[in-house]
Design a binder for this molecule. Structure first.
Ligand SMILES: Nc1nc2c(ncn2[C@@H]2O[C@H](COP(=O)(O)OP(=O)(O)O)[C@@H](O)[C@H]2O)c(=O)[nH]1
Ligand SMILES: [Mg+2]
Length: 231
């Protein structure tokens, strides 16, 4: 798939939102890849019906493991740009052109869609905001680059970043990917995006903010040590 754009969508029980996300994402990319984790609803079936390539794990492994699967598949396709977008409708596919613009312009290798670039999002709970600010502060410190939102699942990167990725955490990929990409000297930037309130289904990854923060801190520090050791 030379010169093309691929979207990776991690999905778990998103039958009410996945169709619109795939349909609208398809306007901006050549192929959509959905990584499902044994959803117990019709997510898989709906994703296939809407023309996505669907990979399904035999059991639920977590969004980090799903991203690893998606990246392994993407490496075989070697697209020019990979876009990651959530299946729950919280990101708007019409922001994709703005998200990938710095990559196309040759100004960045990884672009993060930040919900905090111009102030705090209004539709995020107070506890999630505090957790995000703390984990973003710690990630920025370890990465040596100032970010405003390292938890975002809306991001894009070029083929060089794709081929360099070697993620290990099952729980989440968001901070680990940033640390690895910065460590390798790639250029990272942020563009402002709006995050919309979930209309269907339930938040899973950060549904328990204190447990989320704890798991993320473990991932961040183990990633940091791993990168330092393998320098
Ligand atoms: N494949 C896979 N996707 C997941 C899993 N947990 C969440 N997701 C997807 O990852 C994205 C972000 O998850 P969500 O729970 O909304 O995260 P939050 O908004 O940070 O609370 C959504 O598209 C979910 O469907 C999982 O265990 N496996
Ligand atoms: Mg969400």
């Amino acid at each position: 798939m030379p010169n093309q754009y691929l979207a990776i969508i991690p999905a778990f029980n998103e039958e009410k939102s996945i169709a619109a996300v795939i349909h609208n994402t398809n306007k901006y990319v050549n192929q959509v890849l959905v990584v499902d984790d044994q959803s117990t609803d019709s997510t898989r079936k709906i994703a296939r019906l809407h023309g996505a390539i669907v990979i399904s794990h035999p059991r639920n492994k977590g969004v980090g493991a799903a991203m690893r699967t998606g990246i392994a598949y993407a490496k075989r396709l070697e697209p020019n740009i990979v876009v990651i977008i959530d299946a729950d409708g919280q990101h708007k596919p019409h922001d994709i052109p703005r998200l990938i613009r710095p990559i196309i312009a040759g100004e960045a290798d990884l672009v993060l869609g930040s919900r905090f670039l111009y102030g705090k999002p209004v539709n995020m709970s107070q506890i999630k905001k505090v957790g995000n600010i703390l984990t973003t502060f710690a990630t920025s410190l370890l990465a040596g680059v100032k970010f405003t939102d390292t938890q975002t699942g809306f991001r894009a990167f070029n083929r060089k970043v794709l081929l360099s990725l070697d993620l290990v955490s099952d729980f989440t990929y968001t901070q680990e990917m940033i640390l690895a990409v910065c460590h390798k000297g790639f250029r990272c930037t942020e563009v402002a995006i709006q995050m919309h309130t979930r209309r269907y289904g339930k938040s899973k990854v950060a549904s328990k903010p204190s447990l989320y923060a704890l798991k993320v801190l473990v991932i961040m520090f183990s990633t940091y040590l791993r990168l330092k050791i393998h320098r």
